[in-house]
Design a protein around this ligand. Structure first.
Ligand code: ADP
Ligand code: AMP
Length: 213
């Protein structure tokens, strides 16, 4: 199963992708997590990406397209994969199609987790992230067992720099302008599936699984 998770920042793509990765036993590939790991590790890529991310802007296409093409060509992606946070622009979607075509493959579905802007601010303000393992929590809707500590790896949870309200507004603007057109792109490709992302975590998960069959 080769899946794309679409949706506004904070819609719940990462939360659902992590659950789907376990259910279908395929890797969860989050470009945001890859960039954050590079920033933490002090790599050249991390240095290039940081300024864009902190400002709520997209990292340039040329820094992300080859990275994803290389990742999906790895051994663990043979049975499928879930892309979370990629593609985010039409040129990225075209680059993905070209990379897949070379491998003789196609995406199976693009799942649009649909959440209106007014719910997003609350979701992002309450989000707490583990920068070590990429796990995500919410202070009200998805609490860790011990406040401020990651259940999975025991690291400290943080409010991401780009989840502060001023940056969230910028990110939503960027989403509407550059990423939302992908909904049409995948509708035309015949693989778009839309789920109501305002439901509970479990209901969204069940809805996606039912659509994927
Ligand atoms: P994205 O990957 O789309 O940016 P996340 O999966 O990180 O979004 O979700 C954003 C925040 O909202 C997180 O704190 C997450 O725990 C919370 N969240 C995700 N899905 C739901 C839901 N269905 N109901 C309530 N909160 C949710
Ligand atoms: P995310 O973790 O998906 O919310 O991504 C956090 C930030 O990483 C985004 O706001 C962008 O700055 C950057 N980013 C992640 N994925 C991409 C992508 N596919 N294209 C451009 N920038 C990206």
């Amino acid at each position: 199963m080769r899946l794309i998770m679409l949706g506004a920042p904070g819609a719940g793509k990462g939360t659902q992708a992590a659950k789907l990765a376990v259910a279908y036993n395929i890797p969860h590939i989050s470009t945001g997590d890859i960039f954050r790991a590079n920033i933490k590790g002090g790599t050249e890529l991390g240095k290039k990406a940081k300024g864009y991310m902190d400002a709520g802007q997209l990292v340039p296409d040329e820094l992300v397209c080859d990275l994803v093409a290389d990742r999906i060509a790895q051994e663990d992606c043979t049975e499928g994969f879930i892309l979370d946070g990629f593609p985010r622009t039409i040129p990225q979607a075209e680059a993905l199609d070209a990379a897949l075509e070379k491998m003789g493959l196609k995406m199976d579905a693009a799942v649009n987790v649909d959440v209106p802007d007014e719910n997003i601010i609350e979701r992002m303000g309450g989000r707490r992230a583990c920068l070590k393992c990429g796990a995500t929590y919410h202070m009200v809707y998805a609490k860790p067992q011990t406040e401020g500590i990651c259940d999975k790896c025991g690291s400290e949870l943080v409010l991401r720099e780009d989840d502060k309200p001023e940056t969230v507004k910028t990110r939503l603007g960027v989403y509407h302008e550059q990423t939302q057109p992908l909904i049409d792109y995948y509708e035309k490709a015949g693989i778009l599936k839309t789920v109501d992302g305002t439901q509970s975590l479990e209901a969204v998960f069940e809805g996606i699984k039912a659509m994927l069959g």
